[in-house]
Design a protein around this ligand. Structure first.
Ligand code: SIN
Length: 532
């Protein structure tokens, strides 16, 4: 089946839906999302969205905090632009119906999180992402120009070169091949503009607080299509996810530390002052490495986060979702410390974009976690990600609307997806085994603390799995499991290659073979160009 649209958006979190709402007046918008519409990382975000609101704060403070957290690898022009766009982004969200928690005088209640010098985190209790997603979904569903296809997963981007089989002249993105998961049908969608808003890739690691959809699809597809990818070594590990066999790395928001919670060993000794002068509010890379070290030195399975001193009323009022979820696992956080461990949380690298969200493959945009905009550098400052999603949605939309008339729908004949002689697989175990092996290898060899030897070992395994996947891919009919496996394997390869390239330790990338920051040689991005 073949369809055309003006704007094809892959992903339905804050970035995809904000962009959809910004362009919908102008043309037909098609959103494809691989599960139900709200099954996104946005929906799970607890902490909030950072913006300078308070009179005590300033744009300069927010810029400085972002640069320091990113260990001065962020692009200062981009940081300034995003920070200064914050108040307008908040206004857009409020106009779309988002209800942030307010004080009695109707001002926004502002939380504080690690690395922030001031209170500037707007939130909706501790379910900020759910509130944002609710409002955006309602607004998008109500718009007559926006069509949403749930349970549709993108397989690959379509480029002019691939469609025509000719590599002469500049390439551009023409749309994507999409698998309708329920009908098992592959649809070809041609679009003036294609927007990757696919989120992150936490599922590349064995332990992650990301939703199951976070398989790096956008990064993998963009790379295969010829777009440049950057800074993939910077995977952020959130320091505090619930340690419980059934909790699936449930996030304990950094706002809990922001409101005074203290990390302790199992005997109750606080330890963060030994690692950083900001103690429990040090940047995330430092807190995650400190916890990793504490667990290794003391042979413990977890550390503990204690907020009991704030009292039950305060805790229930500020963190209703966290306290209730912990209670279902038998932990009363008003009377006992919470067992926590780090888990993969946020990919700071991704598809390289310009200040308007466009990749170096013309007509392909990437917005939000899938992208590498220059905002996060070597480590993302907490709650800057939802902000980046809304700001780049607006800028990407503005750029597409300016170019709309110059970008006709004159697609060259796009060939339909060719399944060749593929048949139904009778060995699903191969896919399941490879999923597990990639995630385990990444956790063990490419985690919080790395070494050259472990990185090389991981790359060897990834290459072997890639060979198996390639054989499997062409022999058997495509399933969403296989598409995601192929994508996490590509993303794993890109993370390891960037990690091997960076011969220093900076922010989220810590390699014991090069334990120091090397500004003279490495105050620059790692860059991976098209594979052909
Ligand atoms: C959190 O609530 O700790 C997550 C916020 C973020 O990652 O920005």
């Amino acid at each position: 089946m073949k369809r055309t649209t003006d704007f094809l958006i892959i992903g339905s979190g804050i970035a995809g839906l904000s962009y959809a709402l910004k362009v919908a007046e102008r043309g037909a918008v098609t959103v494809v999302t691989k599960r139900s519409i709200s099954e996104t990382a946005t929906n799970l975000a607890q902490g909030g969205i950072a913006s300078v609101i308070s009179q005590d704060d300033s744009f300069a403070n927010h810029v400085k905090d972002t640069m320091v957290a990113g260990v001065h690898l962020s692009n200062s022009e981009i940081v300034k632009m995003v920070v200064e766009s914050g108040p307008d982004a908040i206004k857009d969200l409020v106009d779309w119906g988002v209800q942030f928690t307010r004080n009695e005088d109707d001002s926004f209640d502002l939380h504080r999180e690690g690395g922030h010098s001031h209170r500037r985190i707007l939130h909706a209790k501790d379910l900020t992402g759910q509130e944002i997603e609710r409002a955006l979904v309602e607004a998008a569903l109500a718009h007559p120009n926006i069509t949403i296809h749930e349970h549709h997963i993108a397989i690959d981007l379509i480029t002019a070169h691939k469609a025509t089989g000719k590599v002469a002249g500049p390439d551009r993105c023409l749309g994507a091949y999409i698998l309708d998961i329920n009908d098992n049908d592959i649809i070809t969608i041609g679009a003036r503009f294609t927007v990757l808003a696919t989120g992150g890739a936490g599922k590349v690691y064995l332990y992650t607080c990301n939703p199951d959809v976070a398989t790096g699809d956008g990064v993998a597809m963009a790379y295969r299509a010829g777009a440049t990818v950057s800074n993939m070594e910077f995977m952020q590990f959130h320091p505090t996810t619930l340690y419980h066999p059934h909790a699936k790395s449930f996030l304990i928001s950094e706002a809990v530390r922001g409101e005074g919670a203290v990390l302790q060993r199992k005997d109750g000794t606080p330890f963060m002052e030994q690692y950083h002068q900001l103690k429990d509010l040090a940047p995330r890379d430092i807190v995650a490495r400190a916890i990793d070290n504490e667990m290794k030195v003391h042979g413990d399975d977890c550390v503990f986060l204690d907020i009991t001193h704030k009292g039950a009323d305060f805790i229930h009022n500020h963190f209703p979702h966290i306290s209730e979820t912990c209670r279902t696992y038998g932990i009363d956080i008003t009377t006992e410390p919470i067992p926590v461990v780090p888990a993969a949380h946020y990919l700071c690298g991704g598809v390289r974009i310009d200040g308007w969200g466009e990749t170096d493959l013309p007509n392909l945009f990437a917005i939000g976690e899938v992208s590498c905009s220059g905002l996060h550098g070597a480590n993302r400052l907490a709650s800057n990600s939802l902000l980046e999603g809304v700001v780049y949605a607006e800028r990407g939309a503005r750029r597409c609307l300016e170019r709309y008339s110059d970008c006709p729908q004159d697609f060259p004949a796009i060939p339909p997806w060719d399944s060749g002689n593929a048949t139904d697989s009778d060995e699903e175990v191969v896919v399941a085994h490879n999923w597990d092996e990639i995630r385990r290898s990444m956790w063990n060899y490419v985690g919080i603390v790395r070494s050259n030897k472990r990185l090389v070992r991981a790359l060897r395994r990834i290459k072997m799995i890639q060979e198996e996947i390639t054989d499997y891919y062409w022999d058997f009919l495509i399933t969403s499991d296989l598409i995601e496996l192929r994508n996490i394997t590509t993303v794993a390869e890109l993370i390891v290659r960037c990690a091997l390239e960076r011969k220093e330790s900076r922010g989220l990338h810590f390699n014991i073979d090069y334990p120091n920051v090397d500004d003279a040689h490495w105050k620059r991005d790692t860059v991976l160009h098209r594979p052909f």
